[in-house]
Write a protein that binds this ligand. Structure first.
Ligand SMILES: NC(=O)c1ccc[n+]([C@@H]2O[C@H](COP(=O)([O-])OP(=O)(O)OC[C@H]3O[C@@H](n4cnc5c(N)ncnc54)[C@H](O)[C@@H]3O)[C@@H](O)[C@H]2O)c1
Ligand SMILES: O=C(O)C(=O)C[C@@H](O)[C@H](O)[C@H](O)COP(=O)(O)O
Ligand SMILES: [Zn+2]
Length: 359
């Protein structure tokens, strides 16, 4: 087992990574509150893993929600809150999120607002959740008009990433996780980017040692950024590379048609393209980034049917907008990103039009 930490003073918490962790009672025992436990999961993950976690936790309450990004809503959050209330949970209760990023974000948000905040433990079961969403305390849900528009910062007490569960993950979901992994290389870790170029085929073949190394290196990157800027006053915004484009794709398609990681893959290609248009990134480096994203099995352009005008309107609601000005994460070099509003509307338009697929 590997153990890392997200260093946040009194709220510092561990990330455990390794095989078989889901079923280890002592990990939960170490980090749970003294009261009741509710495990929140979905109807895809429950038949696969709920019994193991129930056995490890004794007799927790369980709640199985419907699967899917379209279910990451306030209404489903209310369902979790109802359950906590009806079961008589107090502030000493603990919520355990068993699933991918959708369950982690939603259950984490319920934990953030129930009685103004109770403890929660992240048990991420997708590659994406193990490398990104379970770490850092961004919790929340979608709104039809924008991605993750309702939420709170609320850090988990621990992250328990059992690498065995990746065996049942569909290939498409594995690729989605690779998008966020590549992101760390592009924004701040060129050595990792080169390692990914060497090992992409082995990662897609799910070689266990490679997956574990990719998860640990990703979590280390994320933990460092979060420790430096927990509430996204500055450097944390770099974790949004490709996301302003990507979130517009997800919202524009009505959530769920494209996976978050797929939208981020295409979005990172668009960010690289715009960086070239601004003269900040060399064409060779852009092509190198796009090639790696393609090798990960991800789209490199937005979907048909989303016009540049529609994308632009959705992007205008991004949470990084300040005083009406859109800011984007762009690349100065491979391994070096900046958040900037220093571009003309025309450059953005040309990027959107240049990347649009013919109908
Ligand atoms: N909070 C953050 O910092 C953060 C970071 C990145 C992404 N996100 C959010 O995370 C979400 C995407 O997460 P995701 O990619 O994990 O999607 P997801 O939660 O929808 O999971 C993907 C699919 O895999 C299934 N699944 C989960 N574990 C499985 C397993 N072990 N075997 C087989 N199937 C399994 C799920 O039921 C689902 O159908 C988005 O809503 C995104 O906005 C949040
Ligand atoms: O942790 C962060 O910070 C991130 O931005 C990680 C992203 O991968 C993630 O998709 C996050 O949910 C995006 O947050 P948002 O604030 O842009 O909605
Ligand atoms: Zn993301």
């Amino acid at each position: 087992m590997q153990q890392l930490a997200v260093d946040l003073g009194e709220r510092t918490y561990p990330i455990y990574i390794g095989p078989g962790l889901l079923a280890q009672p002592e990990l939960y025992e170490r980090h749970r509150g003294s009261g009741q436990i509710l495990v929140v999961t979905n109807d895809c993950v429950a038949p696969l893993y709920l019994d193991r976690i129930v056995a490890a936790l004794g007799e927790p309450e369980t709640l199985v929600l419907p699967d899917g990004e379209a279910e990451k809503t306030l209404a489903r959050t209310e369902q979790v809150l109802d359950r906590l209330l009806r079961a008589g949970f107090g502030r000493d209760g603990t919520l355990v999120a068993l699933g991918g990023g959708v369950i982690g974000d939603l259950a984490g948000f319920a934990a953030a607002i129930y009685q103004r905040g109770i403890d929660f433990i992240q048990v991420p079961t997708t590659l994406l959740a193990q490398v990104d969403s379970s770490v850092g305390g961004k919790t929340g849900v979608n709104h039809p008009l924008g991605k993750n528009m309702i939420g709170a910062f609320h850090q988990p007490r621990a992250v328990i990433a059992d690498t065995d569960v990746l065996a049942t993950l569909p290939d498409r979901e594995l690729s989605a996780g690779l998008a966020e992994i590549i992101k760390y290389g592009l924004i701040r870790d060129r050595g990792f980017l080169e390692w990914l170029e060497t090992h992409m085929d082995g990662l897609r073949a799910r070689k266990p040692a490679l997956l574990t190394e990719a998860i640990a290196r990703s979590c280390r990157n994320k933990a460092e950024v979060v420790a430096a800027d927990e509430r996204e006053g500055g450097v944390r915004a770099l974790l949004n590379l490709g996301h302003t484009f990507g979130h517009a794709i997800e919202a524009g398609l009505g959530y769920g048609e494209w996976l978050h990681g797929e939208a981020v893959g295409a979005g990172m290609c668009m960010a690289a393209d715009m960086s070239v248009r601004l003269g900040w990134l060399g064409e060779d480096d852009r092509a190198r980034a796009v090639h790696l994203i393609e090798r990960a099995g991800l789209p490199t352009r937005p979907p048909r049917g989303l016009t540049p005008e529609h994308m632009r309107a959705l992007m205008a609601r991004d949470k990084k907008v300040v005083a009406g000005q859109l800011r984007l994460v762009l690349l100065r070099a491979l391994g070096e990103a900046v958040v900037t509003g220093d571009f003309s509307p025309d450059t953005l338009s040309r990027t959107l039009v240049g990347n649009a697929r013919a109908e």
